[in-house]
Write a protein that binds this ligand. Structure first.
Ligand code: CP3
Length: 347
């Protein structure tokens, strides 16, 4: 199925025409369709009611013609399944946090993945509504990001305490409980029929590169390897924010098909170094989508000029998107123009 979509061809690095396009948070507050649903329903209800989640995910497909839909959900639900209750107000808040090693006892031993079955139902409903030429992406948060949220409830604060927990037993103890659940969550989504599975490691660049290598990477590696053993046909997308070539060199040894690249990297350089190893996803700066049309268009022109310098045989593995997620202040007209212009220029 869907052997010849733009997305599947880019995964095989065989796409000769316009790249497939999708954006993290393409269903979200910038979009009138989402705002309208959100006036009637809470965010958690939109995620946990599969009919609503599918409707939310379809909004940007219908309005902007993206090549792929992404499961409408959130990365934080596995933490909720481990014990603490979760509300979005509007940012996430847990009923307790991982502030000491003793707090580890408050997190359940690997719980059953049944509590996350709403994601499988949402994927199945979305697949039914999605045209055949579009693909469907599932996702989880990366283990480091979920740990940082368990400690801090955010990734936008000072993460000193979370970094201290890498060495005081909290990180290792949390990984022991989280990883079996996270693996089961990934398998659940793969079995529900997603065409690729993204791991969003938004905190990847919040620890130093030696800690990334020696403390974090062994867990990531085991998680991805275990997933590949169980679901060999579901390609993995790994996105790390605020990372560079030292990290990409490590990820190159993992069973990752698509390297998600943030907006701090130059795409033609990344393609030169890694275009034979990975399909590469990225990396327009989401902040540009908030600008007046004229300024946005200038940035897009520069971005595409750089991309067109990438040799065609490498560009065949390009998945076009942002270097992070769409922000609430993005202008919908810019998102619409982005899809049309990328297709026209890169056809
Ligand atoms: O369209 C899609 O990409 C699918 C939906 C999606 C959401 N969150 C919906 C959402 C995805 C892929 C995510 C990932 C996510 N969630 C990440 C990783 C990517 C990143 O942003 O770095 C993180 C860290 C979270 C945690 C989270 N969820 C935060 C920090 C917040 C609140 C602040 C914010 O930026 O909105 C959320 C809430 C959330 N998740 C909303 C949406 C549409 C907004 C909810 C609302 O309507 O109020």
């Amino acid at each position: 199925m869907r052997k010849d979509t733009r997305f599947s061809k880019a995964l095989r690095r065989e796409n000769n025409g316009a790249p497939p396009i999708w954006m993290m948070r393409q269903a979200g507050r910038y979009h009138a369709h989402y705002q309208e649903l959100r006036r009637a329903h809470g965010f958690v209800e939109l995620c946990k009611n599969p009919d609503l989640a599918a409707e939310v995910a379809m909004g940007p497909i219908r309005d902007f013609d993206f090549d792929a839909a992404i499961l409408f959900s959130d990365i934080l639900f596995p933490i909720e399944a481990m014990g603490p209750s979760l509300v979005f107000d509007p940012g996430p808040q847990f009923s307790y946090y991982l502030k000491s090693v003793d707090d580890l006892a408050k997190y359940n031993p690997p719980p059953s993945v049944d509590g996350l079955s709403f994601q499988a139902l949402a994927l199945q409903k979305t697949r039914k509504m999605l045209p055949m030429e579009k693909d469907l992406i599932g996702f989880v948060g990366g283990p480091l990001t979920l740990y940082m949220f368990a400690v801090h409830g955010s990734h936008k604060t000072d993460l000193t305490d979370g970094r201290a927990g890498l060495r005081d037993g909290r990180f290792a103890g949390f990984m022991e409980k989280l990883l079996p659940l996270l693996l089961a969550n990934m398998v659940l989504q793969a079995q529900a029929g997603c065409d690729a599975l993204a791991v969003f490691e938004s905190c990847a660049g919040d620890i130093d590169v030696d800690d990334y290598r020696h403390i974090y990477l062994p867990y990531l590696s085991k998680l991805l390897q275990d997933f590949k053993n169980m679901c060999p046909n579901t390609p993995l997308i790994y996105y790390g924010k605020n990372v560079g070539t030292a990290h990409f060199d490590m990820v190159a040894h993992l069973p990752v098909t698509v390297l998600g690249v943030d907006y701090n990297q130059n795409m033609s350089d990344v393609f030169t170094r890694y275009g034979e190893r990975f399909s590469i996803q990225g990396n327009f700066d989401p902040a540009h989508l908030t600008l007046p049309a004229e300024d946005f268009h200038k940035h897009l022109e520069i971005f595409l000029e750089d991309m067109m310098r990438v040799p065609q045989h490498l560009r065949a593995g390009w998945i076009c998107g942002l270097g992070h997620g769409v922000t609430p202040h993005a202008r919908q007209e810019n998102v619409r123009d982005f899809v049309q212009i990328v297709r026209r220029v890169c056809a």
